[in-house]
Unconditional design. Structure first.
Length: 263
């Protein structure tokens, strides 16, 4: 299936590893030019060079902390100077700290809000005018299964991912007449560095091995295994493609059946 991505310019956030890296790989294989960002300058430039060499697409690696508005502005300015436009935005960040409500300070909530919600707002605000002008665009937010079914001990993520969902659903209706789609993709327990960190955090609190935490998650998943980043990236590439032009305002899980709700 030709997804119609050749020649499109895609900004993929947090692309040095994990789900962001997997999405970047998939988009590169479809011929999209890439702007890749991460807080780790050495890592993101390495990924950028690797994808350019492997796939033959044009890439730009840029270091930015997405919780800082000024760094987002620098990222978009550099991207537009280099490529001239951004057709596809894939928002993504690392997750906030785990913890229960009475374990988390006001400052932790502010930091998580800047990371998970403000980053999406600031990125979208800067790319949307160009998409409207060209009457074509794709915005895809990588959130979490926590947005549909809260996960114990992740109150920051549960709360703020849900806020992104509400924003995206509302924005999707506002920009649909311009040929722009806005969707959320919800990863379940996937074999990434973030999941390994969560397993280690749980293991430390409970005095068990990380493997025990992973086994507990696998027992909750109907497919009885963690997902692979490439499985997630396949859907992400479709949702930002020409083929998905009539899908907007949706939140789609890639979770092996973990979410139990009907919708």
């Amino acid at each position: 299936m030709d997804l119609g991505l050749r020649g499109k310019i895609a900004l993929v956030c947090a692309a040095s590893q994990g789900l962001g890296r997997a999405v970047a790989d998939e988009l590169a294989s479809e011929g999209a030019s890439l702007i890749l960002c991460s807080r780790n300058e050495k890592a993101i430039r390495g990924v950028s060079d690797e994808l350019a060499l492997k796939s033959g697409v044009e890439t730009l690696g840029f270091a930015a902390d997405l919780s800082v508005k000024g760094e987002i502005e620098e990222l978009i300015e550099a991207s537009l100077k280099y490529f001239g436009q951004i057709d596809i935005l894939v928002t993504n960040t690392g997750g906030p700290p785990a913890g229960k409500f009475d374990e988390l300070s006001h400052e932790a909530w502010i930091g998580a809000t800047r990371l998970l919600l403000d980053s999406v707002l600031n990125l979208t605000r800067l790319v949307l005018p160009g998409m409207k002008e060209r009457r074509w665009g794709r915005i895809l937010n990588i959130t979490s299964i926590a947005a549909k079914q809260p996960v114990d001990n992740l109150i920051l993520s549960n709360s703020l991912r849900a806020a992104v969902t509400g924003f995206a659903k509302t924005l999707a209706n506002e920009v649909a007449p311009f040929g722009i789609t806005v969707n959320n993709i919800l990863p379940g327990y996937t074999r990434t560095e973030r999941v390994e960190q969560l397993a280690a955090s749980i293991a430390k609190k409970e005095g068990v091995e990380p493997a025990a935490a992973r086994a507990r998650w696998e027992a909750e998943i109907p497919m009885r295994r963690l997902g692979e980043p490439s499985e997630f990236a396949a859907l992400a590439a479709f949702l930002v493609s020409e083929r998905a032009s009539y899908i907007t305002g949706s939140s789609i899980a890639v979770d092996g059946g973990w979410i139990r709700s009907l919708f």
